[in-house]
Design a binder for this molecule. Structure first.
Ligand code: FES
Length: 153
């Protein structure tokens, strides 16, 4: 009988058995939902973004991340790891997290499971896109409000 568990690193098994950051964030700043065309699994990743002053500059920092996954063990492990990796990162740093980096942080994945890590990267990028979309519509609304106030004065 094939020992399938031996295909996975200790870290993958740990994050699969004890996933970090499962659940939802109250009033998330961004939500990413993606599905894998390869296997049909689904992942949702939520982020909380807060503006913080760092070295005299205002930075957008991901202060929390949570996930829910209807997927395989590798999908659960990669979601768990990416939520750990992204916390405390600036938006532009988080956008650079690749599925390869997630797999490396887990001490590797079998080649057949690399698409599961792609799902985690896609979910994070979708959550950041959603945050940026919300931010830009908030900024436009504020600009319109101030423009209307100016014309009504
Ligand atoms: S087999 Fe579908 S995400 Fe892993």
């Amino acid at each position: 009988m094939v020992d399938y568990w031996s295909l996975y690193s200790k870290k993958v098994i740990d994050h699969f058995q004890y996933p970090r950051n499962v659940g939802e964030i109250k009033n998330p700043s961004g939500v990413g939902r993606v599905g894998s065309p390869v296997c049909g699994d689904i992942m949702e990743l939520q982020i909380k973004v807060e503006k913080k002053r760092i070295k005299g500059k205002t930075e957008k920092i991901i202060t929390d991340a949570k996930f829910r996954t209807f997927g395989c063990g590798a999908a659960i492990a990669t979601s768990s790891m990416i939520t750990e990796m992204v916390k405390g990162k600036k938006i532009n740093e988080a956008l650079k997290i690749s599925n390869k980096a997630v797999a490396e942080a887990l001490d590797g994945l079998p080649a057949i499971k690399m698409h599961c890590s792609a799902l985690a990267e896609d979910a994070l990028k979708a959550a950041i896109d959603d945050y940026l979309r919300r931010e830009s519509s908030r900024t436009k609304k504020n600009a319109n409000y101030h423009e209307q106030r100016r014309t009504n004065e």
